[in-house]
Design a protein around this ligand. Sequence first.
Ligand code: 5MM
Length: 339
Amino acid sequence: MPTSELNAIAASIVADDRGILAADESTGTITKRFDAIEVESTEPNRRAYRDLLFTTEGMEEVIGGVILFDETIRQHADDGTPFPALLAAKGVVPGIKVDLGAHPLAGAPGETITDGLDGLRKRLAEYYELGARFAKWRATLSVGERLPSRYCVRVNAQALARYAALCQEAGIVPIVEPEVLMDTDHSIDDCYHATARTLQALFSELGAQRVDLEGILLKPNMVIPGKGNPDQATPERIAAATLHCLRRHVPASVPGIVFLSGGQSEVEATVNLDAINRLGGRPWPLSFSYGRALQGSALKAWWGEASGVTAAQGAFLHRARCNAAAAGGRYDANVEGGA
Ligand code: 5MM
């Protein structure tokens, strides 16, 4: 597919401060989320929950794309409409997670490599037929003593680039997601260096494997201290470090950057996105592709009950609107308060 078409899809997803709902939890992950609200993780319950999210009225004003899981892209709304068609009819681009998860990397204790390249060309062709116009592949990198290793950074960058090249061949916009994890006690400087090394290797591999940067979206972590570090950073410091790192390592031709939330609370993820977008010198739209930070309150409001659907949709729409305001650098207490 010509770059202009991939570029148009990517640009439309983040146009007008819209962002992405990451609803691509694999069965294991959604089961954990359901366990927390004591809902059984059955196929009908997973379908009902995704139906609730996707049929939320007005979500299309602030959500430009939804990442689906293999099970979800084959499911239907209550009225029988396939989920991808339901989303497309609202002007929301359907996407699909195509990686098969992060698994231990041989010879690198504590590090992972993401699987899913075998048979990917065939799977992408099927997902295109099912309506997917963008895809996602997530690599995870841990920060620690001598981590991430050069080996881990390199092989994950190579896999992300191979995936991205296959997506573009299939007419699908690849979201490349190299996630430097925030679950240890590292400092913000440690995160900066790990993120910088990861992005440098990634863009070098994307170039080597002839990926057209105008037809991708980047989904990075923010530059942030690990959760266990007592020296937590202000939103202004996170914003400055994040933008500095991205400006040094991400070419301006990339049509959009959509952050992951990575374990930040719902409000933290919004406040930090807003702080980034209040800074000058941003050559790309900087928006969100949040999973937990868009769904936490919605899950608790739903609680697996039909009577909770309206409240859950309200909670989801509220967070999505707050994050769209943050993507425009317009988030404040009034927006959070719903004024
Ligand atoms: C929604 O979670 C996604 C899928 O996770 P699993 O493959 O582990 O089930 C995940 O890739 C997500 O898209 C990104 O990590 C961003 O989500 P968060 O919750 O970090 O914003």
